[in-house]
Design a protein around this ligand. Structure first.
Ligand code: PDD
Length: 286
């Protein structure tokens, strides 16, 4: 089946969807994005993703071209038109097409480009990897200094993912000044006893929407949350480790740089948080 994608207000077959070669998203990675997961045909944590989208746009002074209602309607339309039960909706907004290449931002009134498409992932919430856990390796974090803005400059995370694969691992944890920042496309956590430790929010990491929800549920379940950075050595000595993201939800990590974490099997805290996250986020799904 050919996918139907959204381009600037139109729904078109994917092989007819196009954006200008002068689009700043293409030439300058001048754009931001969001990934919203779909479970049972409904959007997970949608409001949170919209809040972050608007923040990313505003930090880069890109006009927000649509209202929250328009974004929601387009997400729902795409899910319906592509018959998505489980999967993702990808949304990208760029500074648009000024008609030429120029380092200066285009004149006011240049229309941002909005592109959206779906990816079908049947059984997304039952990923077999959640039962065995991921292995990760550490790499130096060589990204820019505003990782809190969800830009489409994903070359370095992509290189880090390839390095992880080449080293036989599922993902990479990026390290700066000896301390873990985050995974290539997820936030990183360790568990010690009843304490969940994850890096504090700053310009150094993406402010994960799944992170915010999981930390809220953890606190509600009387777990202690410590927002601070940690080293790879500390993570290797932890009882458990895990990551969170919109596409992986809560995914256990069982080995770091070849060292087994805890028992080397999925631990009770990550397993429980995954259950709670899926259960609670489905209640607010739209
Ligand atoms: N990535 N950190 C980074 C660097 C990310 O790219 C992501 C999300 C996260 C987790 O954020 P959230 O919980 O809001 O998904 C953290 C998405 C899923 C992606 O690029 O596909």
């Amino acid at each position: 089946m050919t996918r139907t994608v959204y381009v600037n207000g139109d729904y078109v077959p994917e092989d007819q969807a196009s954006v200008s070669v002068f689009d700043r998203g293409f030439l300058m990675a001048d754009g931001v994005y969001e990934v919203v997961s779909v479970l049972g045909g409904k959007l997970i944590d949608f409001d949170g993703h919209m809040v972050r989208l608007k923040r990313s746009l505003s930090e880069l002074a890109i006009d927000n071209p649509l209202s929250d209602e328009d974004y929601l309607a387009a997400h729902r339309d795409l899910v319906a038109r592509n018959d998505i039960t489980d999967g993702l909706v990808y949304l990208q907004v760029t500074r648009g097409n000024p008609g030429d290449r120029d380092f200066a931002y285009p004149p006011a009134g240049t229309r941002p480009t909005v592109v959206m498409f779906t990816q079908s992932k049947p059984g997304l919430a039952d990923a077999p990897a959640a039962k065995t856990g991921w292995t990760v390796v550490s790499v130096e974090d060589l990204r820019w200094g505003r990782r809190d803005i969800k830009t489409v400059q994903l070359l370095y995370p992509s290189m880090a993912k390839m390095e992880a694969k080449a080293r036989g691992a599922d993902d990479a944890w990026m390290v700066e000044d000896g301390r873990v920042t985050e995974g290539t496309s997820n936030n990183a956590y360790i568990v010690k006893g009843n304490r969940i430790i994850t890096r504090e929010l700053s310009h150094d990491i993406l402010h994960g929407i799944t992170r915010a929800a999981v930390l809220r549920f953890a606190r509600e379940a009387q777990m202690q949350v410590e927002e601070r950075s940690f080293t790879i050595a500390e993570a290797q000595e932890a009882d458990e480790a895990f990551i969170t993201s919109a596409s992986a939800f809560v995914m256990p990590v069982v080995s770091i740089d070849g060292a087994q974490v805890g028992s080397g099997a999925v631990g009770p805290v990550a397993r429980r948080l995954r259950e709670i996250y899926l259960e609670e986020s489905l209640k607010t799904a739209v």
